[in-house]
Design a protein around this ligand. Sequence first.
Ligand code: SAM
Length: 428
Amino acid sequence: MRCSGLIARTSAQLHLHSIKRSFATSSFLRRAFQDGDVVLLKDKKAASHEGVLVKLQAAKQTHTHRGNLAHADIIGKEPRQLVHSTRGNAYRIHEPTLAEYVRLTPRLVTPIYPSDANLIVSLLDLHVETPSESPNGNSPVEILEAGTGHGALTLHLARAIHAANPRLPKLQNYTSEQEAEDPVYLGESMADLQDANIETWRANRGAIVHTLDISGKHSKHARKIVEGFRHGMYAGSVDFHVGDPASWITEQLKVRKTEDPFLSHVLLDLPGADSYLDVVASALQVNGLLAVFNPSITQIVECVEKIRKDRMPYLLDQVVELGASTIREWDVRAVRPRATLRKAELKDTPDSSSGDEPIDPVKGQEARDNELARDLAKNEEKWAMVCRPKAGLEVVGGGFIALWRKMEPANLSESPEASPAPAATEEA
Ligand SMILES: C[S@@+](CC[C@H](N)C(=O)[O-])C[C@H]1O[C@@H](n2cnc3c(N)ncnc32)[C@H](O)[C@@H]1O
């Protein structure tokens, strides 16, 4: 049975009404920016400038410390073209990647960082069928993410399963004011028919991410984040819920009128994950995966201990430390010694900072830039390459993820967690 009854219906439907174009990579490569797009503007002169995200609104301007940028000047341009501020500074316009979008959107809570989110999605080993491959009547793949937070992992999960869902039906954009004048067809208004189309579409999805947060505020914010990425191209694959895993699962089983587990994957990113292991076991399919993400290994140990003590039907697959293998961004570019030398001479002022001040990674990098420029200048006119890890961009994220497979309760004795601890031995 498919789930749709618990969703804030009007909001989800209104959002789906607004998706009119394709936002897949194939359509985006040479697409002129339009009103309503979110773009990333990067200062052309500052290689380490992370950029700013801007939602384009034709009548608006974005203020920067190097002048104002009129959105109307950006609309119509293609990715990588330049736009100039009122003070003549050039900014390159980019289509933000998912990682850039997650990193630069305003946040209420700390998200799982893109490199960690990618690894988690990969560990979950998600493989979906396209709608044409999936035989009619197959139950959808349903994933529960508890701890929606910023919606960062939600977006990564949705990206992984999105291809399982059929294309959205073609819809007219009806607003509530227009509804009074809707043409009526066989006793139903067009808006009602469209709502019905969306409900049918939702019921035919091949894969759904259910994302759950105890905080209505976080959930609302995360919904905006998900809907803001490429005009919400992944939003239809996500159902947002407010509550905790115990109440949500109990309610779902009641609504579905069955005791049958319906989730293939569960990801817990919330405090006290160990207190939900039991209820999750009742909703997770046999061989389904439970992943627990925690910043501290001791919290993972608590889960392992609880599973052993309460003889829960889980088999520990693996425990992985995230963020341990540093993914470092490098600065690789060709420079002209003369120009860099002039810049270095300008910046070559005595260091006024006292030894007691904390090290500022960005200032430290500037000092090293100056040294490098002086070295390169010795090579006169030749182009030279700068190749080094970017400084000032911290390695962020990290934590631990543990993965368990759900077992048939009958096979519990096979689980090493359930077997008695070996007798302690001492070396002579
Ligand atoms: C660190 S954030 C999750 C970040 C998220 N995974 C992301 O990638 O953006 C943890 C979230 O768990 C939520 N939370 C805390 N306790 C919870 C509970 N018992 N049930 C559901 N959500 C809970 C918090 O409100 C918070 O939004």
